[in-house]
Design a protein around this ligand. Structure first.
Ligand SMILES: Cc1cc2nc3c(=O)[nH]c(=O)nc-3n(C[C@H](O)[C@H](O)[C@H](O)COP(=O)(O)O)c2cc1C
Ligand SMILES: [Mn+2]
Length: 499
């Protein structure tokens, strides 16, 4: 099934699938929506369309991404790993052998061609055009999310800029604090591509913000691509359909034609405001800090535009699923650089930058350390505070199993790596901002060539007895599932470094 073509097709799909509830009661975007959504997300509940947010004529859509099922539906797949597979097919493409492979190769090349955005002249996102005095952010039901937030924040934007030197487009999801009817702050964290465009700017930097996109394009704004790669290309590739763009009315930037709402404007050199505090996805308020001011020169919309929002806070919140999508989709790219990685998991409780669990095919002494350092040098993963390495047969998504390996296999004196390096902008724990300690935990089996004694064998029941018990299970009168969790889940023993 093709991913939805715009926000309205997405809402219709969610509704057909019983994944959306319309809330017709008048509800306040000031805190009240947060409490409703937080309860809904934590209960694995549906997307919510608030049709009467207090003080606005625009409905507010939230929790569109809040479960694994909806996140997969957004991409038109039944599991996110299928999206990763599509990417891996292209990344790993080899010169084709024979006709059949050549035809398959052409299909892959077509999917690359689809990824180039397509320019259109007229677009739904410009059915209504407000400029000058008409521009008014108060028209939109912008949420104030948490009690300590000083103002409402636009939380699900796709912020578009152009690199002042290379001209490459960047699209990123960066929250925007409403300052007044025609200005917002722009929360460009220090490591992000938007911030780099800003640092390189001349007198003015044009900015366009798209709100209310098809779900894949909205997701792509949150994807940690290398700076020189346009996020709309990724969106087109993943949609199997180019992103259609239309020239802005007051800026020379192109914006997605299917957007519900577009904010156009600019940032003036050197102009800063106090942004925050903001109840952030770390589960804490990020402190007030100086960030640039975004001036609106136009607000364009579809008729009866729908405003999209998201609430972050103590994990797990809705953004956990955007993060999981990135984790799955980027696995092939991670493996391109570090092929011995079998799988990885970024627990939502670690807010995605605090902890990475990675399983590796270990082949030589110190291999786990090599992988830790690779992660600390890889794109946005470089900001990871801790890296836990386990053997290839450990399921990284089963935190109980990972904890077992960490407890069982680690000599703290021998197997911990303490180092330092860049840390996430939002990490409040380090002594300095942006920089601090990092921890690597080698929870793999170690061999004598890594200073360990001969490693003991894991306890695993013999296959004959497991089959016997499977066969006889009914006879025992114990009911229920016959698969004992441990025996069936564990892979056979492997002892790599014992020679
Ligand atoms: C809901 C949500 C809100 C986010 N808010 C911010 C933000 O305010 N500032 C920021 O720098 N990154 C924020 N991020 C993370 C960026 O969107 C992400 O790092 C993305 O890769 C940035 O694009 P870039 O790599 O082109 O800079 C947010 C992500 C999500 C899912
Ligand atoms: Mn980028």
């Amino acid at each position: 099934m093709a991913p939805p073509s715009d926000l309205r097709a997405w809402i219709a799909l969610l509704e057909r699938e019983g994944e959306l509830v319309r809330v017709e009661a008048e509800v306040d975007p000031d805190l009240e929506i947060t409490e409703i959504v937080d309860r809904t997300v934590k209960a694995g509940g549906p997307a919510l369309l608030f049709t009467r947010p207090r003080g606005s004529r625009h409905p507010l859509l939230i929790n569109q991404f809040g479960t694994e099922r909806r996140m997969s539906m957004a991409f038109g797949v039944s599991h996110l790993d299928e999206v990763a597979q599509k990417l891996s097919d292209v990344i790993e493409m080899q010169p084709p052998q024979g006709i059949a492979e050549k035809v398959r190769g052409l299909k892959k090349l077509k999917s690359i061609a689809d990824s180039m955005p397509r320019q259109v002249r007229a677009a739904p996102c410009q059915e209504v055009v407000l400029t000058g005095e008409e521009i008014d952010l108060d028209l939109l039901p912008i949420q104030r999310c948490w009690p300590g937030d000083p103002a409402p924040f636009v939380t699900l934007p796709a912020v578009i800029t152009r690199d002042p030197v290379t001209g490459t487009r960047n699209v990123g999801m960066y929250r925007m604090q409403k300052l007044d009817r025609r200005t917002t702050a722009m929360h460009w964290q220090i490591h992000k591509d938007g911030a780099a465009d800003w640092r390189g700017m001349g007198e003015r930097l044009e900015v366009a913000v798209a709100l209310g996109l098809d779900p894949v394009t909205a997701y792509s704004a949150s994807a940690p691509l290398p700076k020189h790669i346009d996020e709309f290309m990724l969106a087109g590739f993943l949609r199997g359909e180019p992103v259609e763009l239309v020239r802005g009315r007051t800026v020379s930037l192109d914006v997605p034609a299917n957007a519900e709402i577009v904010l156009e404007g600019y940032i003036a050199k050197g102009e800063l405001t106090t942004e925050g505090p903001f109840g952030d996805h770390t589960g804490y308020y990020s402190p007030a800090e100086p960030f640039p001011v975004f001036h609106l020169t136009a607000l364009t919309m579809r008729r009866n535009a729908i405003y999209p929002s998201i609430v972050v806070g103590q994990p797990p919140a809705e953004d956990a699923w955007l993060g999981k999508a990135t984790e799955r989709i980027f696995l092939p790219a991670v493996r391109m650089s570090v092929p011995e990685i079998v799988d990885y998991d970024l627990p939502a409780a670690g807010a995605f930058h605090n902890c990475v669990i990675v399983s590796v095919r270990k082949a030589f002494p110190g291999h786990a350390r090599k992988v830790m350092h690779a992660i600390w040098g890889l794109g946005m993963l470089s900001l990871s505070k801790s890296v836990v390495v386990v053997d290839e047969w450990v399921d990284v998504h089963d935190y109980e199993q990972v904890f077992f390996r960490v407890c069982a296999n680690v000599d703290p004196k021998r197997d911990l790596v303490l180092t330092e390096g860049p840390l996430d902008h939002l990490d409040h724990a380090p002594t300095l901002p942006f920089y601090g300690g990092k921890l690597g935990i080698d929870a793999t089996h170690k061999g004598p060539d890594e200073g360990a004694r001969p490693w003991p064998e894991e306890i695993v029941m013999s296959p004959e007895i497991r089959e016997l018990v499977d066969r006889r299970w009914e006879e025992y009168g114990l009911g229920g599932g016959k698969a004992s969790a441990n025996g069936s889940r564990r892979r056979p023993l492997r002892q790599l470094l014992r020679r």
